[in-house]
Design a protein around this ligand. Structure first.
Ligand code: CMP
Length: 138
């Protein structure tokens, strides 16, 4: 068993589809072992996405990620990082496989409904960025 970090993004909270996304997560054998709804501050979003700070889409990404509530989650399962990335589908929903969260729900490459960690190391860093260990109930 291992863990990954997930964000259900503002485009999804605005459309009230967080339950539909959680259903896909749970039907694919990932357990939601921590979850909270927050509105990210600019400082939190910029820190979280600092790896993208030189990208042309960085400012738009921060504006978008702070435009409404998000759901922060810790997911547990076998091979959780890779498994969740497969369930999410490609960053750009146009390239995502049928049945993935992004193919089903995402609007475009930016408003792509969910984030998932891209490695075990980043999962650990991202989980620690938002959760205390006591908030995670395995
Ligand atoms: P995420 O997996 O959270 O990682 C970085 C985010 O930046 C990504 O999902 C998208 O929301 C956004 N993003 C990535 N590439 C682009 C792009 N080419 N144009 C606009 N937004 C992007």
């Amino acid at each position: 068993m291992n863990r990954t970090f997930s964000i259900i993004k503002p485009d999804a909270t605005k459309r009230n589809i967080t339950g539909s996304i959680n259903k896909i997560i749970e039907e694919n054998n990932l357990k939601i072992i921590a979850q909270k709804r927050v509105k990210l501050t600019k400082v939190q979003a910029e820190g979280f996405y600092s790896v993208h700070k030189d990208k042309p889409f960085f400012k738009d990404l921060i504006d978008y990620m702070t435009s409404g509530p998000v759901i922060l989650q810790v997911l547990e399962g076998n091979n959780a990082v890779e498994h969740y990335r497969n369930i999410m589908g490609s960053t750009n929903p146009e390239n995502a496989e049928t049945g993935t969260i992004r193919k089903t729900h995402a609007l475009n490459i930016q408003e792509n409904s969910v984030h998932g960690s891209d490695s075990d190391k980043n999962a650990e860093i991202e989980i620690k960025y938002f959760f205390d260990e006591g908030e995670i109930i395995s």
